[in-house]
Write a protein that binds this ligand. Structure first.
Ligand code: IMP
Length: 429
């Protein structure tokens, strides 16, 4: 049985949550491998919209184990809040959810540190989600991070917090109104309490995953954010702090690359981006506004309006290369209904020249103008279409153009937010 990684091919918000939820119906394990509560996975379950930030999108299925891997950064309060809200909706998560004790913890000082850094950057700010993700990953790399396991050992926790607070004193002491929040003993007390409440969910995720691979279980590896936000290969420095590409599943989970057989790239039928950074096909006028309203393009985590633009085949070809994509999931096709003419970017103009590949130095994206090809739009509604024959010819042509240009077959096309509003071509299992 193949293990399939589901990743975002753009700047996040491609609709991975819905695709993972649908594939999870037939999965044994669904595993988040990176990011934290900066993600917002929106899933429509029986007409109700649910947003998950940390818990994998497999959680709505009985009999499926949803695992949070060691590569994720966990805000314990957020995680417990998510558990509570699922419970309130009648979803018992205790048997379904397992969280790795090796996942790093986000503390209140991480958010404060991030706010301080964003302010210091001024007009060069990243436009982060403010969830403390960057500073928590920075601590991990600096080898001063605190893991969920540490919340179960008071001496270890106190020792580690003492060091962290000492290293961050130059920032935190400048925030006198919050001195109480950064008092070591208080932090220890709160963290121990949260650790106790998290106890039932802590699991040997790495081991569970390895045993799943051994017994040929159906495993879905769930990415958060998107390829172009990858900390090494995205539009640096306007990126998140983790590896969002399929390789991030290997490092995030301790999983061998040869164990991943299918890489499903989720591609929104147009482009969006939240936060700062280059976006060659951005539409700032009426069409962009229309995509935003029709596609309800507002951040699931921060509520910020998303920047919208045409599909960028150059960026997608780069994503296909980085991830070794073997199948495409095109989402939100219905949002394009009724637009007379559609454009897709097939090259970047830099001065007098046009280049048909992603620049090695992504800072150059600031200077490029998109060269676009025009494709006819369609008048009929595609909303809720389930069969390819139900799609207008122009919509099929649009999809074929994407698939042919990228040299990757379509697995699925999503035509609405609800379960079942999809045209399936192929499943990983
Ligand atoms: P951070 O991940 O909060 O550090 O934010 C870094 C950049 O990634 C910012 O531009 C955010 O808007 C963006 N970002 C983080 N998470 C998501 C997401 O789930 N969807 C889209 N953009 C995101």
């Amino acid at each position: 049985m193949p293990t399939a990684a589901v990743i975002g091919a753009q700047w996040g918000d491609e609709g991975k949550g819905k695709i993972v939820d649908r594939l999870a119906e037939e999965a044994d394990l669904v595993v988040r491998f990176q990011g934290g509560a900066n993600a917002g996975h929106t899933i429509s379950v029986e007409g109700e919209e649910r947003v998950l930030h940390l818990i994998p999108s497999g959680i709505f299925h009985e009999g499926v184990r949803s695992l949070v891997g060691p590569g994720v950064v966990v805000d314990p309060g957020e995680l417990l809040g998510e558990v509570e809200s699922l419970r309130a909706a009648g979803i018992e998560v205790e048997d379904r959810l397992g969280v790795s004790g090796n996942a790093h913890v986000i503390f209140p000082y991480h958010r404060a540190e991030e706010a301080w850094m964003e302010a210091a950057r001024g007009s060069g700010r990243i436009g982060t989600t403010g969830r403390g993700i960057g500073p928590a990953y920075a601590d991990r790399i600096s080898r001063t991070g605190i893991r969920l396991f540490d919340l179960l050992d008071v001496d270890r926790l106190s020792e580690k917090l003492t060091l962290s607070l000492r290293l961050k004193a130059h920032i935190l002491e400048g925030l006198p109104d919050r001195a109480e929040d950064f008092d070591r003993d208080r932090l220890v007390e709160n963290a121990l309490a949260l650790g106790g409440r998290l106890g039932p969910y802590l699991a040997d995720v790495e081991d569970e995953l390895a045993r799943g691979v051994e017994r040929d279980a159906r495993i879905l590896l769930e990415g958060a954010q998107g390829t172009l936000l990858d900390v090494a290969h995205g539009t640096y420095p306007f990126v998140t702090s983790s590896h969002t590409i399929a390789g991030g599943a290997c490092t995030g989970l301790g999983m061998a690359p040869s164990r991943i057989q299918h890489v499903l790239a989720v591609v929104k039928a147009y482009s969006t981006r939240v936060g700062e950074g280059p976006f060659p096909t951005e539409l700032t006028g009426e069409t962009g506004e229309r995509l935003r309203e029709r596609g309800r393009e507002y951040g699931a985590t921060t509520g910020r309006p998303r920047r919208c633009g045409w599909l960028d085949l150059i960026a997608l070809a780069y994503a296909v290369r980085l991830n070794g994509v073997t199948g495409l999931a095109v989402t939100k096709l219905d949002v394009l209904d009724g637009i007379e003419e559609l454009r897709v970017c097939t090259g970047y103009r830099i001065g007098e020249t046009v280049q048909e590949f992603w620049p090695v130095n992504s800072s150059q994206l600031r200077e490029v103008a998109p060269r676009c090809e025009t494709l006819p739009g369609w008048k009929a509604s595609t909303e809720g279409a389930k069969r390819v024959e139900d799609l207008p010819g122009e919509a099929r042509r649009y999809l074929d153009r994407i698939s042919e240009s990228l040299g990757v077959p379509l697995d699925v096309v999503s035509t609405g937010p609800d379960r079942g509003q999809e045209v399936w071509f192929r499943r990983p299992w």
